[in-house]
Design a protein around this ligand. Structure first.
Ligand SMILES: Cc1cc2nc3c(=O)[nH]c(=O)nc-3n(C[C@H](O)[C@H](O)[C@H](O)COP(=O)(O)O)c2cc1C
Length: 371
């Protein structure tokens, strides 16, 4: 009996298995609004058989986009465009679909990755002024962001809440708040990017304050019963930066406020990061966070093989495993995992005839006839 294909409950959400499609920016939106690419992308991933699909980092304000192509949920047009995508995708999928809400902070105003991903210098077409906890650029030589003042903080809080209300209207089943990868909320957490001298900087308690306020704002704007959780970077991989001990403290504070799960990634805050990459390199962080917070925990990062994901769940390192690049490379990753692990998976009836001869019970409930 596969551990990866055991059901899992997060809040009131019942997942058919423990495979999560990780959030993946597509940089293919126009003014924050989803396009046909969004439908193609989410459509194929929603047929993957994964238990959960996290829609890419979605900006709560225009200046909170990483690139001009980022998805947003800050306008009626954004909401309508996403409604069209979801109306197309959802009737054909049993995967639970939710969204990652985020704000790029000082990493905003970047070029899309296939155009190099660098900051668009201020004054050049397509640039805009980024905001952050402190006026410290992400990398030497980059334009510095503007430090948020009290009114700016209040606006960002309200924009997270407004986006959560839009997400609720769209019927999204859960929200993940992006506190990882060096974007705005991670910038508040890390002492490397947060040098504030007010109640939002200095001690760990102060640095956690704004991300926790955002959690509260989103939680209270999203219907009770639909889970809200947080993606964290467990460490900056830089001496003197955000670390695993702080992540555990943050996870415990989130749990006390009703957070339903933690999604444990790492890095992204500093170009000085030194990451010892290896298969499953972030799983030990998930293990520790899970053990010390008691929250359902999603592990992610260089998990490419079904047997590897199976071992992570079987060992109790995490409750679910998110897969990103391997899922783009093979959008049927969960089908192949089910076949390799002797499990069953939901597939759309239109595709049941593809079930390989040697896996007679692979597709849950599959039965086909023909004259
Ligand atoms: C194309 C692409 C886009 C990504 N966009 C996001 C994103 O929107 N939000 C996020 O938290 N992580 C994002 N990530 C990181 C992934 O969610 C994941 O954490 C990372 O790729 C490691 O997992 P993997 O080894 O399975 O690819 C992105 C990764 C890729 C490859």
């Amino acid at each position: 009996m596969s551990a990866l294909f055991q059901p899992l409950k997060i809040g009131d959400l019942e997942l058919a298995n423990r495979i999560v499609v990780a959030p993946m920016c597509q940089y293919s939106a126009v003014d924050g609004s989803a396009t046909d690419w969004t439908t193609i992308h989410l459509g194929q991933l929603a047929e993957s058989g994964a238990g959960l699909l996290v829609i890419e980092a979605t900006a709560v304000t225009p200046e909170g986009r990483i690139t001009a192509g980022d998805l947003g949920l800050y306008s009626d047009a954004n909401e309508a465009a996403l409604a069209r995508v979801l109306d197309a995708v959802r009737p054909h999928s049993t995967t639970h679909i939710g969204m990652q809400l985020g704000h790029a902070g000082r990493k905003a105003s970047s070029r899309v990755p296939w155009e190099g991903g660098a900051q668009v210098p201020l004054g050049q077409p397509g640039s805009w002024t980024a905001v952050a906890p402190s006026a410290i650029p992400h990398a030497a030589g980059e334009d510095a962001p503007v430090a948020l003042d009290a009114a700016g903080l209040a606006r960002v809080r309200e924009c997270f809440a407004a986006a959560a209300r839009r997400a609720a209207r769209l019927g999204l089943e859960f929200l993940e708040i992006h506190c990882a990868h060096g974007y705005l909320l991670h910038e508040f957490l890390s002492p490397l990017s947060n040098r504030r001298e007010d109640a939002y900087g200095g001690s760990l308690e102060n640095r956690m304050r704004f991300p926790l306020e955002i959690f509260d704002a989103v939680r209270s704007a999203f219907p009770a019963g639909r889970p809200v959780w947080v993606r964290v970077s467990a460490t900056d991989w830089v001496d003197g930066g955000w670390d695993v001990d702080s992540t555990v403290a943050f996870g415990q504070a989130l749990k006390a406020r009703g957070c339903d799960a933690l999604h444990v990634s790492s890095g992204g805050l500093s170009p000085l990061q030194a990451i010892p990459l290896s298969p499953g390199y972030q799983v030990p962080f998930a293990h520790r966070v899970r053990a010390e917070t008691g929250l359902p925990t999603i592990a992610v990062g260089l998990v490419t093989e079904p047997e590897q994901a199976e071992a992570i769940i079987a060992a109790g390192d995490a409750d679910a495993v998110a897969v990103a690049r391997a899922m783009l490379y093979d959008p049927r990753w969960p089908w192949h995992a089910a076949a390799r692990l002797g499990a069953t998976v939901k597939a759309p009836p239109q595709y049941w005839r593809s079930q390989p001869r040697e896996f007679k019970t692979l597709f849950d409930g599959a039965a086909i006839g023909q004259r």
